[in-house]
Design a protein around this ligand. Structure first.
Ligand code: CUA
Length: 341
């Protein structure tokens, strides 16, 4: 008996499909400029823009494949279902035309993906020989050091780049394996001891872009954060000029206390006797927005808390706590450090 055609599968598939399409269409544009800290799909660099265009292509191809395959599956299930207890559905074995089709279609799909993907992969794997900016990134447990060898600038956790200028990063680690990632800029690259990995892109938007370590590297891996600030070229130049200058001369009680305490055993303040490189360079710490690897806002209270009891803020961090430090000494140290703009 020929099976009867009953009810279109479309009636079942259409409502959820329409809903999904409407949500997708409504959701995107207004977020395109938004600074969503962890987004990778609203690109702020050339590199991420190209990755996103590949991603978009593959996403829509996957939608077509998904809808096609699932639609065909539903159609088949419904159209050729068993309709009564004594009916046996038609049994078939092998179908050359179908088999050729489902060999050729995936090959074409893969080809369409490969053609734009391969040149992108190769072009971003080729490091520009003379980039406008060069930044050396050094991963430490658990903070980031940024050095600009051509500019004589060294900073920690928070770094600046000029808009529209290509930057090449040379990535190294001082201890274990870390991984460098600023989601909105794209890329994600391991930071390995005794080896230089590289990454490059050109920032296309000004603003602040959070990043973080993305390779488990010990207790405070999750709080090994960083912040990229993309400035206009003019603002970048003035930041560089400010960062190059040695620290302002200070004779305050806090400045003296800093030199007499344990601080110079780990930190540098250029223009003073402190020049150790265990912890972050503090020459211009007052100019940074955040402290403790982008974990606390850089306020006098937070700085004081960090100086006295870093261990309670970030358990296991290399910065010791100084419980014996008096409240007024901590105040003076914090206000001295805040003055280092
Ligand atoms: Cu460094 Cu995780």
């Amino acid at each position: 008996m020929r099976p009867q055609r009953r009810g279109l599968p479309l009636r079942i598939v259409a409502p959820p499909l329409l809903l999904i399409t409407a949500l997708l269409a409504a959701g995107c544009t207004q977020w395109a400029d938004a600074n969503l800290p962890q987004t990778t799909v609203f690109p702020k660099s050339d590199f991420n823009r190209e990755i996103v265009s590949l991603y978009t292509l593959i996403f829509w191809m996957a939608v077509v494949v998904f809808v096609g395959v699932e639609g065909f599956l539903l159609y088949t299930i419904i159209r050729f279902r068993r309709r009564s207890d004594n009916q046996m559905p038609t049994q078939t074995h092998g179908n050359t035309r179908l088999e050729i089709a489902w060999t050729i279609i995936p090959s074409v799909v893969l080809l369409v993906i490969a053609v734009p993907t391969i040149p992108t992969v190769f072009s971003y794997d080729t490091i520009p020989a003379n980039p406008a900016q060069r930044v050396q990134v050094i991963g430490h447990q658990w903070w980031w050091e940024f050095r600009y060898p051509d500019l004589g600038v060294s900073t920690a956790n928070e770094f600046h780049l000029p808009l529209g200028q290509t930057v090449v990063f040379d990535l190294n680690s001082a201890d274990v394996i870390h991984s460098f990632w600023v989601p909105q800029m794209g890329g994600k690259r391991d930071v390995v001891p005794e080896r230089t990995n590289q990454l490059w892109f050109t920032p296309e938007r000004t603003g602040e872009f959070p990043g973080q370590c993305v390779e488990f590297c010990g207790t405070q891996h999750a709080q090994m954060r960083l912040r990229l600030i993309v400035d206009t070229p003019e603002a970048f130049q003035s930041w560089v000029a400010q960062q190059r200058a040695p620290a302002a001369q200070a004779t305050s009680a806090g400045a003296q206390l800093f030199q007499q305490s344990a601080c110079p055993a780990c930190h540098t303040i250029r223009g003073t006797a402190a020049h150790a490189e265990v912890g972050p360079d503090l020459t211009h710490i007052g100019s940074r927005k955040r402290i403790a690897a982008d974990v606390l806002d850089n306020t006098p209270e937070n700085l004081k808390r960090w100086i006295r009891d870093a261990q309670s803020v970030k358990v296991g961090v290399k910065m010791p706590s100084f419980p014996a430090l008096t409240d007024s000494d901590a105040d003076q140290l914090a206000s001295y450090l805040q003055s280092l703009k």
